[in-house]
Design a protein around this ligand. Structure first.
Ligand SMILES: Nc1ncnc2c1ncn2[C@@H]1O[C@H](COP(=O)(O)OP(=O)(O)OP(=O)(O)O)[C@@H](O)[C@H]1O
Ligand SMILES: [Mg+2]
Length: 223
């Protein structure tokens, strides 16, 4: 079943300015529900730009993005925020955790945005931290955690709302090989069968674990 359908999707950064960059050129792409897709390509080829659009964090310049057959409401910021928080989980190279908050508070953030009570949010966050093997770090500030532990906190946060889609931008990029492998083992293990994952990576072993590897070259998918 098709989850994501991109048609002639183009993204121009800074259109009309001297620093204009065409980051995506008429991309056509179908991703099925439950598929694991790796996005590979040289630095600057457009991987992050594509992930940002898939995650409704950035809007295309032209073309269409259908999610479950419905076009993304690009001009409705509230609807976009709801889509992001309810259907999409993000994992970034630099973890993107909130400093000054404890591990469990970071994990609970997407729930707080949905109006979950404090008690419920803490309960669910502790459960999610248990799944990534960090029960004993729940009350530690994220600054005091190792890179691998931080990425596990980020994974717990990404999964807390049972998203349809996980988007990961070089999730192992800041980790040594063994730690990166362990973190991704954990992520793949925790994914439900119908969760779709799109991961941009320079890590060949990570790409090989996906069902499909897409190569992007200068804003175009060349397969
Ligand atoms: N916010 C922005 N403003 C202007 N240009 C941008 C912006 N973001 C990306 N670009 C440009 O768009 C192109 C694609 O960038 P993108 O970050 O998508 O590449 P990438 O494949 O993720 O690279 P990397 O592997 O280095 O992360 C690059 O030429 C980049 O300079
Ligand atoms: Mg990138």
């Amino acid at each position: 079943m098709t989850l994501i359908q991109l048609s002639d999707l183009t993204k121009v950064h800074n259109p009309g300015q001297p620093n204009e960059v065409i980051a995506l050129r008429q991309v056509n792409l179908i991703i099925e529900r439950g598929e694991a897709v790796a996005l590979v390509g040289r630095s600057g080829s457009g991987k992050s730009t594509l992930l940002h659009i898939l995650g409704c964090m950035d809007r295309p310049t032209s073309g269409t993005y259908l999610l479950d057959g419905t076009e993304i409401p690009w001009t409705d910021d509230r609807a976009l925020a709801a889509l992001r928080s309810q259907r999409i989980g993000f994992v970034f190279q630099d973890f993107a955790l909130v400093p000054g908050l404890k591990a469990w508070e970071n994990v609970a953030l997407p729930l707080v945005h949905r109006g979950t009570t404090f008690r419920q949010a803490r309960y669910r966050a502790l459960e999610a931290l248990g799944q990534v093997g960090l029960s004993d770090r729940a009350d530690h500030y994220v600054e005091s955690l190792s890179g691998g532990q931080r990425q596990r906190v980020a994974i717990a946060r990404a999964l807390i709302n049972y998203p349809d889609i996980i988007l990961a931008d070089e999730p192992t990029g800041a980790l040594d090989r063994d730690t990166g492998d362990q973190v991704m083992d954990l992520l793949f293990h925790l994914l439900r069968k119908d969760t779709t994952i799109v991961v941009a990576t320079h890590d060949a072993s990570l790409a090989q674990r996906c069902h499909r590897v897409l190569t992007i070259q200068d804003g175009t998918i060349v397969e």
